[in-house]
Design a protein around this ligand. Structure first.
Ligand code: UGA
Length: 360
């Protein structure tokens, strides 16, 4: 297939582009920078276009017209940005993505739209006076694509603008499907993690996702900070598992994913952020430690101090993957320990390579 991959050089996009090329597809990859796809840049079937899709000058229509399939990964997906630049988060994640979707509608092209598990918001069990018998029962935190209700915080908690923007985009795709037969598949990723997930923070105002903060703390011996005690929980999904499922959605045998929303995540890898910090510190001490650097302490910081005003959080989210199992025969195989260790190994070796280059 001729595939137009937008946002192809981000974390998920770079792994997916690699897989698409390996499977023999012809890929036009569009992104702002190309570092994460560097190993594939010379591939005969890859055309890389360095392009800001917000620029009015670029030929979105022409590129969509020439493709058999469009995959849209363009997003601001770091919570730090939802707090700092909420308007830009809305513009990119809704307005700009809508233009891409509408180009697909105009040209009758199938679209795979990356959305987010953040659309589910908080659990009912986390609400004040929640009337649930056992708030710890995972059933209260297990989210299904077509039946779960969404619970978000108030407008003043502007973290939720991202979730809302993504949710509205999903609803518009659904409406185009209903009214005009538009063919899309929406993917809701649950905390994918692996090599190239984020940059390590370089400056005080850099805000990547939690793995990168913890990795940076381990490499430098600075504190690992738990926002509000690190009690919130996530299900971490290794990128190879995630790409395997995504690729089956690309293939879409028998049209099983037409107009479907699909959770991709590992329900077996649930950890609290505190457990994640402790596990990473244990793995680091056992496998990677530089004896000259002290192991970091783990401390708690208030959310509003760490992120700023308007902070709120998803307390817990477990993917119901029945759909991915039944439609695609997919099952995640990576456990949490190997997921963290393999991802950490990548960053440790990157740091050592950088040090060797500087010293050499
Ligand atoms: C983010 C995005 O909002 C999602 O769209 C995306 O699906 C998800 O990442 C992802 O990686 O897939 P979130 O899980 O909240 O969601 O991202 P993180 O910034 O990694 O935060 C995870 C938890 O760690 C939060 O509770 C946060 O408060 C906490 N945290 C973060 C810390 O305790 N310490 C830190 O140094 C950073």
């Amino acid at each position: 297939m001729k595939i137009l991959a937008l946002g192809a050089a981000g974390f998920i996009g770079s792994h997916l582009t690699h897989r698409l090329l390996k499977e023999g597809h012809i890929v036009t990859a569009v992104d702002l920078q190309s570092e994460k796809v560097a190993e594939d840049l010379d591939h005969a079937h890859l055309t890389f276009l360095r392009q800001d899709i917000r620029s009015p000058a670029w030929d979105l229509d022409g590129m969509v017209r020439d493709a058999d399939l469009v995959i849209d990964l363009i997003a601001y997906a770091n919570p730090g940005l939802y707090l700092r630049i909420p308007l830009e988060v809305f513009r990119l994640n809704f307005l700009e993505n809508l233009k891409i979707a509408e180009a697909c509608v105009r040209h009758g092209k199938r679209l795979i739209q990356f959305s987010t598990c953040e659309v589910y918001g908080r659990t009912a069990a986390s609400l004040k006076n929640a009337a649930v018998a056992d708030p710890e029962d995972p059933i209260h935190a297990t989210f299904s694509e077509d039946t779960s209700e969404y619970i978000l915080g108030p407008v003043a908690k502007h973290r939720w603008i991202y979730s809302c923007a993504k949710q509205l985009l999903e609803r518009v795709l659904h409406a185009y499907g209903l009214e005009q037969g538009f063919n899309y598949t929406i993917i809701r990723p649950f905390n994918f993690i692996g090599p190239k997930i984020d940059f390590l923070p370089q400056k005080d105002d850099d805000i990547p996702r939690v793995f990168s903060f913890f990795m940076d703390a381990l490499l430098n011996g600075t504190p690992m900070k738990l926002v509000n005690g690190g009690v919130n929980r996530r299900c971490y999904t290794y990128i190879d598992d995630a790409i395997e499922c995504t690729y089956r959605i690309v293939e879409n045998h028998g049209g099983v994913c037409d107009r479907q929303i699909v959770n991709i995540g590992s329900p077996y890898n649930e950890v609290s952020i505190r457990q994640m910090a402790e596990t990473m510190r244990e793995i680091y001490a056992a496998r990677f430690r530089d004896p000259a650097v002290p192991l970091p302490e783990i401390i708690s910081v208030p959310g509003e101090e760490f992120y700023g005003e308007g902070y709120d959080d998803s307390d817990r989210r477990i993917p119901d993957i029945t759909k991915a199992r039944t439609l695609l025969g997919w099952e995640p195989v990576w456990g949490i320990h190997d997921t963290l260790e393999t991802t950490m190994r990548y960053y440790v070796s990157e740091r050592r390579n950088a040090a060797t280059t500087c010293n050499g």
